[in-house]
Design a protein around this ligand. Structure first.
Ligand SMILES: C[S@@+](CC[C@H](N)C(=O)[O-])C[C@H]1O[C@@H](n2cnc3c(N)ncnc32)[C@H](O)[C@@H]1O
Ligand SMILES: [Zn+2]
Length: 345
């Protein structure tokens, strides 16, 4: 059942994101993370009556807001899908290639601010943290079956937390004695697990652990891998991919996935010509990520850590991907084309 409390979400880097995506008013668009629809509404304003937008969100509360927009605007459709199922949504819409796809990762303000979702240590809530509260296992269930070693690895890998093992031990100790039932219990365990000198002065000692556990509960990195790969596959030539991330673990993964398509050739740099035959399917629209301005940060502190990356699909010349390129008998001219393509990126 949807939660009724309605909290605002201020979209970050909104103009930059929409400018990056909107290349054709008559085009077909996907907002992979609808949230409260701030970005979707802005995009719809830029589209003509022929333009179409579909949006996805795994959170039933977000989808409920999307249904209202669907009723108001016939150019728009919402799907209750996670974005790892992007391909399915594209097929369900009867589309194949689209003009642009946008992702605005992480949790929305309503998710974060509603204690019953279990994302925040500011107020007491259940140990849940699922973006889709109708599916999957809440944090409380995952803790039941995890070992100290596995939990410490999650906290270290997804939260970059140096006291990961101490925190994991403290969480499971409290869990076993039935003293780990709420987000405040979790916050308390993190606080007391770190050395005294690490408790004050910087970010709250529970910050990194809460982020890590949220990524774990929602398989966020698995979602990004499948979703972004599907997105790159379904762009028209010149079609745009714009992704907003909020921490280095997300940004690094996104940058590397796009970079792999931009610098597709895997030949060692000392090779005079390309022999692998892999050609770029994407190019950076802007090599450096875009950050929020001081002005935006002052009015919306959540934008402080946001990073926007923009890339576009390039037309792949079928002759460039001809498997015959690996044939030692291929013409020099064809081999040189591969090399030239590589040099351009
Ligand atoms: C930062 S908010 C997006 C806000 C939105 N751009 C707006 O203007 O309101 C992120 C949203 O993405 C959704 N989300 C996160 N990961 C997802 C995934 N793997 N699949 C689908 N939705 C996801 C969350 O449920 C949340 O509603
Ligand atoms: Zn090569």
């Amino acid at each position: 059942m949807p939660h009724t409390q309605s909290v605002e979400h201020i979209p970050v880097l909104a103009n930059e994101f929409i400018d990056a995506l909107c290349i054709d008013p008559d085009g077909t668009y996907i907002d992979a993370t609808f949230g409260r629809g701030g970005h979707s509404r802005m995009l719809l304003k830029r589209l003509s009556s022929k333009g179409r937008l579909i949006a996805l969100d795994r959170d039933p509360d977000a989808v409920a807001v999307g249904r209202k927009l669907e009723a108001e605007d016939s150019r728009f459709k919402i799907f209750h899908h996670d974005f790892a199922s992007l391909e399915e949504a594209i097929h369900d819409a009867g589309w194949h290639k689209v003009s642009a796809i946008g992702f605005d990762l992480g949790v929305s303000s309503p998710q974060f601010d509603q204690p019953n979702r279990g994302f925040s240590f500011q107020q007491s809530g259940p140990l849940d943290m699922r973006m889709d509260f109708e599916h999957g296992q809440p944090l409380s269930q995952l803790l039941k079956h995890t070992s100290e070693k596995e939990l410490a690895q999650v906290i270290r890998d997804f939260g970059d937390e140096r006291y990961a093992m101490r925190i994991a031990k403290a969480i499971l100790r409290a869990y076993k004695t039935n003293e780990m039932n709420t987000t405040l219990d979790l916050e308390n365990a993190c606080f007391h697990a770190v050395p005294k000198q690490a408790r004050y002065g910087g970010a709250h000692p529970a910050t990194r652990t809460f982020q890590a556990l949220r990524i774990w509960v929602n398989d966020e990195y698995g979602q990004i891998k499948t979703g972004v790969q599907a997105a790159m596959k379904h762009l028209k030539p010149g079609g745009r991919l714009a992704i907003i991330s909020f921490h280095s673990g997300e940004d690094r993964r996104i940058r590397d996935m796009i970079e792999e398509e931009v610098n597709a050739c895997t030949c060692p740099p000392q090779f005079p010509i390309c022999v692998c035959g892999r050609v770029a399917s994407m190019r950076w629209v802007q090599k450096k990520p875009i950050r929020a301005s001081e002005e935006e940060i002052a009015s919306n502190p959540r934008s402080r850590s946001s990073l926007l990356r923009i890339a576009e699909a390039v037309q792949v010349d079928p002759s460039q991907t001809d498997p015959g390129q690996n044939d030692p008998g291929q013409s020099d001219a064809k081999q040189m084309r591969g090399k030239q393509m590589r040099a351009k990126q």
